[in-house]
Design a protein around this ligand. Structure first.
Ligand code: PLP
Length: 361
């Protein structure tokens, strides 16, 4: 089976973990600090704050921006549930706008109509490794005095007009094993704002500025030095990983037939966390079955948009229509694109998809 993801753990990661275990400092310590500095440099920002997951990074970023009860945050429903749940954790309400069907990202033209007196922030999600169209988003945010919190959990190293994702607003990243780089579990927040930096650090550690004196309600969202050691080793390989993903994607796009391959807008660098095609005419599920029977993994990200998830409908009362989002959930199919694929794996993926599309045209 050609799998959808394969974490790349080498001698460097193993040795780094052993060094931490031998050092006697295993909770948040010097490796976390070094990892934060390295990650900030990769993004081209002043500060990075490590956390226990992408979800807790999002949650911390929301809290640091003062999002809470009665506030609204504009985002996309075509994403992993954590994007919108991070808004709910604070007592605020996610407000969904539709996507651009070519990029699968939030359509900036839909944002202004969704702004109310309660809107506090925009949460663009850079899905599949491609940045949202940030110029219009930043402009709208500035005009209306809104914060921008980027969900870059799928787009480590992606660029928009020469800027790294996570450097335009407050960035949030996941370091889960299937992402472009990993620390096993972990997250990162990136910012140029020293107030946001300080608040994230305090909230990560039980609202504690001075040991055992608590100024506010905080959490334990810390990263361990064991995780940071893995993350540091992976950070050094990120560029190489992303270049391999890019080469794999180029091969797939040059050779796949009968399906819509990913669109990359001018001036952007896609890091292909996922390689996602659109399969027309209701053939997506049959293609997926065929791929599975022939040893090729694939996945639907995401089969149910957030505004149609059971608890959003039943418990929270969401009742809205997002036509492009809903249509995309019926057509998208992600194929393996990870850096461990061999040339023969790539040939197999192409020939299996093309065989099916030819037989079913
Ligand atoms: C993975 C992911 C998250 C959550 O990250 P975790 O590390 O799993 O908590 C949030 N948003 C998006 C878009 C993701 O892909």
């Amino acid at each position: 089976m050609i799998h959808m993801a394969k974490p790349q753990m080498g001698a460097e990661e193993k040795q780094a973990v052993m060094e931490v275990l031998d050092s006697g400092i295993i909770a948040q310590g010097p490796r976390v600090k070094a990892f934060e500095e390295g990650f900030a440099a990769m993004c081209g920002v002043k500060h990075a704050i490590a956390s226990s997951s992408g979800t807790t990074a999002l949650h911390l970023a929301m809290l640091a921006h003062g999002i809470g009860e009665g506030d609204e945050v504009i985002t996309s429903a075509f994403t992993f549930i954590a994007s919108a749940n991070s808004v709910l954790f604070t007592g605020a309400k996610p407000v969904f706008v539709d996507i651009d069907p070519r990029t699968f990202n939030m359509d900036p033209a839909k944002i202004e109509a969704a702004i109310t007196k309660k809107t506090k922030a925009i949460l663009p999600v850079h899905l599949y490794g491609l940045s949202c169209d940030m110029d219009p988003i930043m402009k709208i945010a500035e005009k209306h005095g809104l914060a921008v919190i980027e969900d870059a959990c799928q787009s480590h190293g992606a660029e928009y007009k020469g800027k790294k994702v996570g450097s335009m607003g407050t960035g949030t990243f996941s370091l889960y094993p299937t992402k472009n780089m990993t620390s096993a579990e972990g997250g990162m927040i990136t910012t140029n704002d020293s107030n946001i930096d300080e608040l994230c650090r305090v909230l990560r550690q039980h609202g504690m500025r001075v040991r055992y004196y608590h100024d506010m309600l905080g959490y334990n969202f810390r990263m361990t030095d064991i995780h940071a050691a893995i993350g540091l080793a992976q950070l050094k390989k990120l560029e190489k990983f992303n270049a391999q993903r890019h080469a794999n994607a180029e091969f797939l796009s040059a050779n796949l037939k009968g399906v819509r391959t990913p669109f990359v807008p001018e001036g952007q660098t896609h890091v292909f966390h996922q390689y996602t095609i659109r399969v027309p005419n209701g053939k997506r599920d049959a293609l997926r079955t065929y791929l599975n029977e022939n040893g090729v993994g694939s996945e639907v990200y995401y089969p149910v948009p957030i505004h149609k998830q059971t608890f959003y409908v039943k418990d929270l009362g969401y009742d809205q229509s997002l036509p492009e989002t809903e249509f995309a959930t019926t057509e998208v199919l992600s194929l393996p694109v990870h850096p461990a694929l061999s040339p023969s794996d790539l040939e197999t993926i192409v020939s299996t998809v093309n065989d099916f599309m030819e037989k079913n045209s």
